[in-house]
Design a protein around this ligand. Sequence first.
Ligand code: AMP
Length: 218
Amino acid sequence: MTNTITIAVSKGRIFKDALPLLAASGIVPIDDPVTSRKLVLDTNQDDVKLVIIRASDVPTYVEYGAADMGITGKDVLLEYEGEGLYEPLDLEIARCRLMLAGPPAAARGQTRLRIATKYVKCTRRYFAEQGKQVEIIKLYGSMELAPLVRLADLIVDVVDTGNTLKANGLEPLEHIADISSRLIVNKASMKMKHARVNAFVRSMAEAVAQRRAGAQSQ
Ligand code: AMP
């Protein structure tokens, strides 16, 4: 249905933080994503659907037009390097930092560090910019474990409070990038559904500005 707008969002922290922004833009899911097993959620607007997918799949759905728009972290977008996406809005939610982290005084002076991460491209770029040769070990989760069992010297991961690092005897070492969730739009949808998509981007931008103003006045 060409008149339907489909928005891809990942479950968890990003979805939770995106809900008030969507609500301020007049979109409220009818199904509860926490209890529902549905992957396509109806909303209070007949022509707006939410698809709930893995964070790292959001850019793929949007690039291929399976979703018109998506909400995903900048960490995912930095790794994705796709061509078919617009990124019109920083939603300023799910903020964290992409960090190099490790045990205190880890492997200083070692010639070729081993870095465990799921952010392989970002990590390669970061060290290449410094002219440093590193060995990158791709993991899919629980990066903090890798230095503890000597799988790697250091890790690259997103850090919010730093509590997970601390609980595992690790500390943040170098800041690589600031991360927050972004609204992304399929290029064809931006053309073919211009008025609808633009109105949504504008109302989300207003919701973000209002949220920011509310936070500043507290
Ligand atoms: P922390 O608050 O630093 O203990 O973060 C806990 C875990 O949640 C870390 O292992 C991160 O991988 C993950 N995390 C923190 N913030 C985000 C975020 N904004 N998006 C995705 N994952 C996150």
